[in-house]
Ligand binder design. Structure first.
Ligand SMILES: NC(=O)c1ccc[n+]([C@@H]2O[C@H](COP(=O)([O-])OP(=O)(O)OC[C@H]3O[C@@H](n4cnc5c(N)ncnc54)[C@H](O)[C@@H]3O)[C@@H](O)[C@H]2O)c1
Ligand SMILES: O=c1ccn([C@@H]2O[C@H](COP(=O)(O)OP(=O)(O)O[C@H]3O[C@H](CO)[C@@H](O)[C@H](O)[C@H]3O)[C@@H](O)[C@H]2O)c(=O)[nH]1
Length: 436
């Protein structure tokens, strides 16, 4: 099939390359000419394992091209995927500016029957709003059907999650649109991946509730972590034990600094905002507690750090291991590590940060913070060492390597990453979140 992917970011570039991988002819479209140039050269403009190889392979095979030209996009495909960003506003709702702008730019070029497939994460009711806009703007009018098909990929695993997802969920209003989407995904569903067909509103809610559930699991285990710390328990062992019950499951029960990234925090708030509009009070209450517990993780690490240096961080030096919002990415959107770091900086501390992948993205967003090229240099002269992203390379560091580098041997491990046996016997004061 011939298809376009409008918006070539973390979701879109991966989806475009993956659709080429399963045999389609794909045209990627973005308003950012620099990103399109990078993609044309066979590289993503962000780090994602295996993506560059797949992009290069299909640009070479001729099945994948990129453009900034929406007229070309309108001509090219019978299926138009939309994957532009839907950030949160200050009041928590989705800002759908990019979505309505992308749809408006495309719609004027739609002269024949086709399907627009929304993949961005949106609030309930968006599909029908987009359908109305398309009806007004597209020369083909009602012959253009808008359906939703949310994306569940995780950064760092985006390629495998797109090619072998747990499920594909579509929200459609006609049998013809369903037939077209089924055909588009046939190489994936033929391999046994379930495809769930719903109405558009249910489909939009599926995505919001999936992320809300994941966020809830993390806040749950963090609340248990506080209990463990107070009572003298160990939240990792607790998670292992409860996780053996298949009704609970061990995934997403890693306690620590809480969730960040471009999705869970803003999606939870937007889901709550929509629930408030709809008068679904139980959902509002649940989601706001989940968010509050998560926000408190970051404040707690700021407070622990302040306490560790005697009550005032002004004039102290703090070494930070980790800047990415999680392992396996250079993405720093709503990174808990950088949130804590910037708050300590604002309170007068001098921060030096090391991250194996995200130094450049962190420096671009926070030039006011200090950076180092390796973890030992980040710890130099530190009064406190904060471990805030769980990179395996941090686990491999023996405290002996830090020798006399640090000013004081105090560490706060917020991601359960430091090697217990090495650090326990190494004359360090270590605070481990979730362990009493
Ligand atoms: N990143 C993820 O892991 C992930 C996973 C699932 C769902 N999502 C959802 O997917 C959507 C996209 O997220 P992302 O992380 O890929 O965002 P992103 O910021 O990485 O990418 C968005 C892209 O859209 C482009 N763009 C902006 N306006 C445009 C327009 N009018 N026309 C064409 N392109 C335009 C931007 O230049 C950018 O390249 C969001 O709704 C997000 O919540 C993201
Ligand atoms: O047990 C855990 C698991 C994760 N996290 C944190 O939670 C955040 C989110 O992690 P993850 O979900 O792996 O990252 P994303 O790539 O943002 O993916 C989420 O958000 C995407 C965008 O909606 C969805 O598609 C994915 O299914 C959903 O997992 C990160 O800060 C993690 O460090 C924890 O603190 N504890």
């Amino acid at each position: 099939m011939r298809m376009t992917m409008i918006g070539c970011g973390h979701l879109g570039a991966t989806h475009a390359a993956s659709m080429a991988e399963i045999g389609h002819d794909v045209l990627g479209v973005d308003v950012d000419a620099a990103k399109i140039e990078t993609l044309r050269s066979g590289r993503a403009w962000f780090h994602e394992p295996d993506l560059d190889e797949m992009l290069a392979r299909h640009i070479a095979s001729g099945r994948l091209r990129f453009t900034t030209d929406f007229a070309e996009a309108g001509e090219f495909g019978d299926v138009h995927f939309i994957g532009v960003a839907t950030p949160g506003t200050d009041t928590g709702e989705y800002d759908l500016t990019q979505l309505f702008s992308a749809v408006s730019m495309l719609a004027g070029h739609l002269h024949r029957p086709c399907v627009i497939v929304g993949k961005s994460t949106v609030h309930a009711g968006t599909t029908s709003a987009v359908q109305e806009l398309v009806r007004d703007l597209a020369p083909a009018g009602d012959a253009v059907e808008v359906v939703w098909n949310p994306e569940f990929l995780r950064e760092g695993h985006a390629v495998q999650d797109t090619l072998r997802p747990d499920r594909i969920v579509i929200g459609v209003t006609s049998a013809e649109a369903e037939r077209i989407i089924r055909e588009a995904y046939a190489p994936i569903t033929d391999a046994g991946v379930p495809l769930v067909v719903t109405d558009p509103v249910t489909c939009e809610l599926v995505k919001g509730s999936a992320n809300a559930f994941l966020a809830m699991k993390i806040s749950f285990i963090n609340a248990m972590g506080d209990l463990c710390e107070a009572a003298g328990g160990d939240v990792r062992l607790l998670a292992d034990a409860i996780g053996l019950d298949p009704r609970i499951g061990r995934a997403f029960l890693d306690a620590g600094l809480g969730y960040g990234g471009g999705c869970l925090p803003k999606d939870g708030r937007a889901f709550a905002a929509r629930a408030r509009d709809l008068g679904a009070d139980g959902a509002v209450a649940l989601l706001s507690v989940v968010d509050d517990i998560n926000a408190a993780r970051r404040t707690r690490v700021v407070d622990l750090t302040t306490k560790a240096v005697g009550g005032d961080v002004a004039g102290t030096r703090i070494g930070v291991w980790g800047a990415a919002f999680k392992v396996g990415t250079d993405d720093i959107r709503d990174s808990p590590a950088l949130d804590v770091a910037t708050r300590l900086h604002a309170a007068g501390a001098a921060l030096t940060i090391y991250d194996p992948m995200a130094i450049d993205t962190a420096r671009a967003a926070h030039p006011e913070l200090g950076y180092a090229q390796d973890p030992i240099a980040a710890a130099r002269d530190a009064d406190v060492l904060l471990v805030m992203t769980g990179w395996p390379e941090f686990r491999a560091i023996n405290p002996q390597e830090l020798g006399e580098v640090v000013a004081r041997r105090v560490a706060i491990d917020t991601r359960a990453v430091l090697h217990d046996d090495w650090w326990a016997g190494a004359d360090w004061t270590i605070h481990r979140l979730g362990r009493g």
